[in-house]
Design a protein around this ligand. Structure first.
Ligand SMILES: [Zn+2]
Length: 200
């Protein structure tokens, strides 16, 4: 039985049964989702379901709003520290260089930076109003949220994600952000897979 998402129900209710949204409706929905999630934390099933509605760009907007509110950028985290998590004005050149530890003022720790990037990697770039089948039941096998893998689940396994899919995602992550320390993640993940195989 898939989880029923009650946190988002009031926000999603006006759009229930609509397979597609107008640009105006899509903007409204995105705005309300970001507003709901820019403080505190949500659970894993909410974050997965968000994949149906968020794009890479709107997820980045959500992360930015969280940081403005001094919360760790990863929506599963409730860490807040106004002294550390904050919008920092960085000049264009510096931000292009992606200096090491530049995630320090955006996330509580490196793990959450990686979790956030891993999640973002799986989101589409398509605008919400251009998507179809928004009326599929929650966690329908063909719905986007059903294929989302959270890095949290890999290191704390509950599901049966395909190791090849995870490897592919990790590699894609390192291509899109060469500064991200994905080698370490790949090593760690390979060890887990090898360990599990030995147990069988
Ligand atoms: Zn965090």
């Amino acid at each position: 039985m898939p989880p029923i998402i009650t946190t988002l129900q009031p926000i999603l209710a006006p759009y229930e049964g609509k397979p597609l949204l107008t640009p105006k409706e899509a903007n409204m929905l995105t705005y309300h989702l970001i507003e709901r999630l820019m403080e505190h934390s949500c659970d894993k099933s909410v974050l997965k379901l968000l994949a149906r509605y968020l794009s890479k760009q709107t997820y980045e907007e959500l992360v930015t709003e969280r940081i403005i509110n001094h919360y760790c950028g990863y929506p599963l985290c409730d860490f807040r520290d106004p002294g550390r998590i904050k919008e920092v004005q960085v000049n264009q050149l510096v931000s292009k260089l992606k200096l090491p530890k530049s995630y320090n003022h955006k996330y509580c720790c490196k793990k959450h930076y990686q979790c956030s990037e891993f999640y973002k990697q799986q989101l589409t770039t398509d605008a919400l109003f251009s998507r179809t089948k928004l009326d599929l039941p929650q966690f329908h096998p063909k719905a986007p949220e059903s294929s989302i893998i959270l890095l949290d689940d890999i290191f704390d396994p509950v599901g049966t994600s395909n190791p090849d899919d995870i490897m592919l995602l990790l590699r894609e992550m390192s291509i899109s952000d060469p500064q991200l320390e994905t080698d370490e993640l790949i090593d760690k993940f390979s060890n887990i897979v090898i360990h599990e195989k030995n147990i069988e």
